[in-house]
Write a protein that binds this ligand. Sequence first.
Ligand SMILES: [Zn+2]
Length: 89
Amino acid sequence: MVNKKISKNDAKEKITNFFENIRRKTPAEIKKIKRLAANQKISLKNEKKLFCSSCLTPFSGGEKIRIKNGFLTTTCRTCGTIKRVKLKK
Ligand SMILES: [Zn+2]
């Protein structure tokens, strides 16, 4: 039997590499990497800001971004979901 499980460090590296090229990824690939992160109990804290949580489309940088009341809001161009991220002070 071949052990297909990868270590947590391998998974982290894979995730880091993945998000370096996030703009070229597809929603299906993002879904996969999310599953990998969940399996390894790795939180995608910063990475979550890089794609739409609803349709998993990577943000290309052309989204409507606004800062209001200490929140950064990004509107997804594909599904229109508004993502709010609290800004650090
Ligand atoms: Zn979306």
